[in-house]
Design a protein around this ligand. Structure first.
Ligand code: TRP
Length: 333
């Protein structure tokens, strides 16, 4: 039996190159050696998008299309919808006894996110948002995942999951697997405006389905070294967002790009054109695969994956309930 991997994506919009470089490429590379579960985290997405259920609903299929076009193979990976696996919600409730409110309030990821979402939450925060680390711990453990590929921002989530698992196993006997994080290097692609985070809603992201023309227009609007005003001014690649993208998409020519920029022999417009071409070449196979995907068949693959995910989750919950003395037999109604 192959060891299991689980990771999740929140469906809040179309996928962008950050998702691809971050998690999807890594996950696709692991499909042969692990049993991979890739969860579309619609329940988690609602913890901060509860005002926009329609947006989450529409993004579920978008994420599935994006995942398959980035090389996630439905014959190898189980792609599924979180809300259709109620066992996750059930386990989340059980985990509620194993963690204190103050521990949740100290989770650095949650803390940062609450600060960013003042507008949504006001002075307080919902129980659901504060508690989503429990739900994430349930996502992981209900599938017996040993490894969780995530960006570095998610490390506190995995740490908290590990604490919960240790506590569960101590109280109720060895039942759950303590997972490890696998940090994805390129998980944070900064926005074209230089913001640390790329996001569709921030308007600074290249979407996986952007056309060549759109990619080019977005790259042309990207910020560069603010001190390089004229073509022949010497530039500072280390502060330039366009250069940061060359690092990701034009690695073979990086030294030339940096040297010419520093020497003042490379203008920003030419530099952006070169980047656009590379970005476009990177996206082309993704677009081709995407064009071949049919929404109805994609949805079917997603639902098939969900059936399997439920079977796995149900069997873990039988173990959990036995451990917690909740293993009643109820005749089917
Ligand atoms: N919180 C993750 C993110 O925002 C998504 C996610 C949900 C996840 N459940 C997960 C990641 C379980 C890893 C494991 O990116």
């Amino acid at each position: 039996m192959k060891p299991k991997i689980l990771t999740g994506i929140r469906p809040t919009g179309t996928l962008h190159i950050g998702h691809y470089l971050g998690m999807l490429r890594q996950t696709a590379a692991l499909q042969d050696d692990f049993e991979v579960f890739l969860m579309i985290a619609d329940v988690q997405a609602l913890t901060d998008h509860f005002l926009e259920p329609q947006r989450v609903r529409e993004a579920v299929l978008e994420v599935a299309l994006g995942a398959f076009s980035c090389g996630i193979d439905p014959t190898k990976t189980t792609l599924f919808i979180q809300s259709l696996v109620p066992e996750i919600a059930e386990l989340t409730v059980f985990f509620g006894n194993l963690v204190t409110v103050s521990r949740l309030e100290q989770n650095p990821t949650v803390k940062t996110e609450i600060a960013q979402k003042r507008e949504l939450f006001g002075k307080s925060v919902t129980y659901g948002f504060l508690g989503y680390p429990l739900s994430q711990a349930a996502d992981i453990t209900v599938f017996d995942a040993a490894l969780v590929p995530v960006g570095a921002d998610q490390l506190p989530m995995i740490e908290q999951t590990r604490e919960i698992v240790r506590k569960f196993n101590r109280l109720y006997g060895e039942t759950l697997i303590e997972p490890e994080a696998r940090v994805v290097d390129a998980a944070r692609v900064r926005g074209l405006d230089g913001a640390v985070k790329m996001g569709k809603s921030l308007g600074n992201a290249v979407a996986l389905d952007d056309s060549s023309a759109v990619v080019s227009a977005k790259v042309m609007s990207a910020v560069t070294d603010p001190l390089k005003l004229r073509l022949h001014d010497a530039g500072h690649p280390e502060v330039c967002t366009v250069f940061a993208y060359h690092e990701l998409f034009n690695a073979d020519n990086l030294e030339t790009v940096a040297a010419e920029c520093r020497a003042g022999t490379r203008g920003c417009v030419a530099c952006k054109r070169e980047l656009s071409a590379h970005l476009d070449a990177f996206l082309e196979p993704v677009r081709v695969r995407r064009a071949q995907l049919e929404p109805a068949a994609t949805m079917r693959a997603l639902l098939d994956g969900t059936q399997w995910a439920r079977r796995v989750a149900r069997s873990t919950m039988a173990r959990v309930k036995r451990a917690m003395k909740l293993d009643y037999e109820l005749e089917p109604a």
